[in-house]
Design a protein around this ligand. Structure first.
Ligand SMILES: C[S@@+](CC[C@H](N)C(=O)[O-])C[C@H]1O[C@@H](n2cnc3c(N)ncnc32)[C@H](O)[C@@H]1O
Length: 460
């Protein structure tokens, strides 16, 4: 029996998935805490991550197959047994490089390590061996084009069907079930895309330029960790989707000597893009973030990407900042907390973690943040509202309610702030890319506060 200190990749994957089933904590947070208790070597950690993420992308298909193999409803299974079956079946059905016998044996061993009764070991062994025998039959269950298995909850696909139509919804789901390529945002304060592309190529890493942003290189077939990419420690790049970069672009063009705020800065991904944009007109950038863990990562990232700058970071909420300072900004990026339904491809747990009732709760928070943003904005300034959600409740409805309550603001079109390659991602006045091959799903709106003079004319 494995010692308590020496658990397998499968055990860690099953334990992580069991914890995820109990709470709505992001899977990465749970995985990190399980790894603290049961550390794994690099290869095993990578395998555990592949099992967890791959399984979350295919959960509905796996459950249909499991239900075909077992008479008892899956809901009645012991949680560890259900996850051990899913992990075993995922390897049998979708991972070519793992021998089928290893997939079965490792699930059974995980049950042993958990000290579950022997009859359950026999049950899992039997179901998975049956799956090997019936592999083709099982595949046909989910490959029937008449009833596509989307591997997303119904409330979400229904909301997308209403908004984008059936075909587009199928495309988004297929996109979300594929693994995304790594997208590097090249730090223009340190290097440029072509020079950095050559360095990658000299190190045997293939890359191609991003379709929508100039400063992007896409690594389609890179399987290592980010630390293995040359130039990481020296701040030559950060990992960032092109849509996320373009949201920061919406704040521009920047005013000469203007002052800008990244109001929900997180770990500083968009703060760095704002700093890169601010280089030429010598504008300045500040940030606010209430979460301590994120602030620590913000500071690490800024040290790596902009070691010569001291970026002011407010440790608190935007509402708190709005009450304690008299400072006013030319532009504010408000990348609001949201459901994240546009970035499911990179965070496959989101689809199972969210509930329809979350959307209205987020809407209230988003409006409250926008209102705090107005306090901090100069007349004539621009407040950029951004989410990584595809839901109307968090996007158009928020803007509609905001404009109704704030008559000194108008909606400006987004395309003028974006590179021409990205104009096709705008819909009416909004920046609204749907998840695609090279981009995640986002929403952005430019809210301009009228200057005092324009306000007076309006009132007359
Ligand atoms: C979508 S994330 C931002 C990601 C970030 N802009 C980036 O590019 O890495 C939203 C962030 O808003 C922060 N947040 C939540 N409530 C807030 C509040 N009341 N004021 C300011 N930030 C808040 C969260 O901690 C989180 O980091």
């Amino acid at each position: 029996m494995p010692s308590p200190r020496n658990k397998s990749a499968r055990f860690v994957a099953i334990t992580t998935l069991c914890e995820l089933q109990k709470s709505r904590t992001p899977v990465n947070t749970i995985f990190t805490s399980v790894l603290t208790e049961h550390p794994l070597e690099n290869n095993d950690r990578q395998l555990a991550a592949n099992l967890i993420f791959g399984l979350l992308r295919n959960r509905e298909s796996l459950d249909i197959m499991l239900q075909y193999l077992c008479r008892q409803p899956l809901k009645k299974f012991h949680p560890f047994v259900l996850q051990a079956l899913r992990v075993g079946l995922f390897q049998i059905m979708y991972l070519d490089r793992i021998p089928e016998s290893a997939a079965v044996n490792e699930s059974v061993k995980a049950l042993q390590a958990m000290h579950l009764p022997k009859r359950l070991h026999g049950f899992v062994n039997g179901v998975l061996r049956n799956a090997i025998r019936k592999r083709e039959e099982l595949l046909s269950l989910t490959e029937n084009p008449a009833s596509p298995i989307l591997n997303h909850p119904e409330w979400l696909t229904k909301s997308w069907e209403k908004r984008y139509g059936r075909l587009e919804t199928l495309r988004i789901c297929r996109q979300n079930n594929d693994q995304a390529a790594l997208s590097l945002q090249i730090n223009s304060c340190v290097t440029d895309r072509d020079t950095f592309g050559k360095i990658l190529s000299q190190n045997g890493i293939n890359s191609h330029s991003g379709k929508y942003c100039y400063n992007t290189l896409i690594l389609e077939d890179f399987n290592g960790t980010v630390h293995e990419i040359p130039g990481f420690t020296e701040g030559h790049f950060q990992i960032q989707d092109q849509g996320a970069q373009l949201l920061a672009h919406l704040v521009g063009p920047m005013t000469d000597k203007g002052e800008y705020l990244d109001a929900c800065a997180g770990v500083g991904g968009k703060t760095s893009v704002l700093i890169q944009m601010a280089k030429t007109p010598m504008a300045s950038v500040a940030a606010a973030e209430p979460d301590k863990g994120r602030r620590t990562r913000f500071t690490e990232n800024m040290k790596r990407l902009h070691p010569d700058l001291d970026i002011p970071l407010f440790s608190g909420t935007l509402q708190e900042l709005a009450t304690i300072t008299s400072k006013r900004f030319h532009g504010i990026l408000l990348d609001a907390p949201c459901s994240g339904t546009g970035v499911i491809r990179r965070h496959p747990d989101i689809r199972w973690n969210r509930r329809p009732e979350d959307l209205n709760r987020y809407q209230e928070i988003q409006l409250e943040l926008l209102q705090a943003g107005t306090t901090l904005l100069l007349p004539g300034g621009t407040l950029v509202y951004a989410t990584c959600s595809l839901q109307e409740e968090e996007n158009e409805q928020v803007i509609e309610r905001f404009l109704a309550a704030n008559t000194d603001f108008i909606l400006e079109e987004c395309s003028a702030s974006l590179p021409s390659k990205a104009h096709s991602l705008c819909n009416k006045n909004f920046f609204a890319p749907l998840p695609g091959n090279e981009i995640d799903g986002f929403f952005g709106a430019r809210l301009k506060r009228l200057a005092e003079a324009s306000l007076k004319t309006l009132k007359r």
